[in-house]
Design a protein around this ligand. Structure first.
Ligand SMILES: *Cc1c(COP(=O)(O)O)cnc(C)c1O
Length: 392
């Protein structure tokens, strides 16, 4: 089908809930993608931080097809090997005790909130279910995770929202203390706020929140849906923040494109979910689990060191270009935000870059890059050259 045919079909039959760019993508290899007209693009998006091993990875493909041929799905009422193995890999490499699987980031965060509330209910009884989150955060699109998201623009249309959330300012411990109360059971945050604009939290602030949680017997909930699974140059971002969270959610990059996610709990709350208290049909699906096992196998120490180096390289090169519309860069590893200067809009710059062959994302008022973690130097240089040509 041609681009026009695909677009017309889509416009007629698909709900218009996304502002799309005018490109129909067809196939990819590593961090290079081709559209239906055979035109080439460099991918600085990885499907919003999902395809960490890049497009068309052979090892991943074998893990997925091998498992699909053996057993594509069986319910959570039975054991499967990939399920147990991916759970072990996640826990041993993060210092967490155990895990529960789901299918997406919002669902993982929903589980994290349920776990925190039940933990508190079991210990203290009713009336202690409030979760403090941060302004500018993003935690998902379900009614509850929208309520958890600390941005007013998401608190619209879908009333009534789930109650029991209060918002504090990032990097301001006084603001967290100001919304504290006897009804609070947890603090939930991203360590690098992703959708909010790629804003890394200060280490000092995170440390103080962890101390406050310990002092008040609140759970520390870390949303690693975007920062997790190697994106920031360590397996999880919290490993660079000198904290051990009580619960960690993950999704996006875990299975290189298959829907997969979940929550890991620390020792203190490993037994909160008991039979019948939480569940899902697809969560832990063996094909997604086999894919995740393969992703985790590949993300060894030298791979992760490569992520940190590539991130430094991209940021140094972009700042050195000194483009008129772009300001400073920020981020961790291959999660990079670029300030857009006044007089330009990120959406317009992204559209121009995409038009010239570089797929890129926006976040907050800036641009955002989440390339496949396997991106090569040559692909980075091609992407940077497109940036320089387009935006000079
Ligand atoms: C993307 C994202 C989510 C939501 O994940 P979905 O898979 O889209 O439901 C939640 N939290 C953070 C930090 C995210 O980046």
């Amino acid at each position: 089908m041609t681009f026009e045919e695909i677009k017309n079909l889509d416009e007629q039959y698909v709900m218009h809930s996304y502002g799309r760019f005018p490109v129909a993508l067809d196939r990819g290899e590593g961090a290079t993608i081709w559209d239906v007209n055979g035109r080439e693009y460099i991918d600085f998006t990885a499907g919003i931080g999902v395809t960490s091993l890049g497009h068309g990875d052979r090892g991943w493909l074998e893990a997925v097809t091998g498992q699909a041929a053996r057993l594509a799905h069986i319910s959570n009422l039975f054991y499967t090997e990939p399920y147990a193995k991916v759970a072990q890999a996640l826990c041993t490499r993060s210092g967490m005790a155990n895990v529960m699987f789901g299918n997406s980031g919002a669902e993982a965060n929903e589980a994290m909130i349920k776990l925190a509330r039940k933990w508190s209910f079991d210990k203290y009884g009713k009336g202690r279910g409030t979760v403090i989150t941060l302004h500018n955060s993003f935690h998902g699109r379900t009614i509850t995770t929208l309520a958890a998201t600390g941005q007013d623009k998401f608190h619209n249309y879908f009333f009534p929202f789930t109650e029991g959330f209060r918002y504090a300012d990032a990097n301001d411990i006084g603001s967290v203390e100001a919304v504290a109360g006897h009804d609070v059971c947890a603090v939930m945050m991203e360590l690098v706020q992703g959708e909010g604009g790629v804003l890394p939290l200060d280490r000092e602030f995170v440390r103080k929140v962890a101390d406050l949680c310990a002092k008040r017997d609140w759970l520390l909930l870390i949303d690693e849906v975007q920062t997790g699974v190697g994106r920031t140059g360590t397996l999880f971002a919290f490993q660079q923040y000198d904290i051990q969270p009580d619960v960690v959610s993950f999704a996006k990059g875990i299975a290189n494109g298959l829907p997969f996610g979940g929550v890991m709990a620390g020792e203190k709350c490993r037994d909160v979910f008991t039979p019948g208290t939480h569940g899902t049909t697809f969560g832990g699906n063996p094909v997604a689990a086999a894919a995740a096992c393969h992703v985790l196998d590949r993300l060894d120490e030298s791979f992760l060191a490569g992520v940190r180096e590539k991130g430094d390289y991209l940021r140094t090169r972009i700042e050195a270009m000194d483009l008129p519309c772009l300001g400073k860069t920020r981020g961790l590893g291959l999660m990079i935000g670029i300030e857009v200067k006044e007089g330009w809009t990120n959406r317009d710059l992204a559209a121009r870059l995409i038009d010239n062959g570089l797929l890129i994302l926006t976040a907050g008022p800036g641009l955002r890059m989440l390339p496949p973690l396997v991106i090569t130097k040559e692909e980075m240089d091609r992407g940077l050259a497109i940036m320089e040509e387009t935006l000079s």
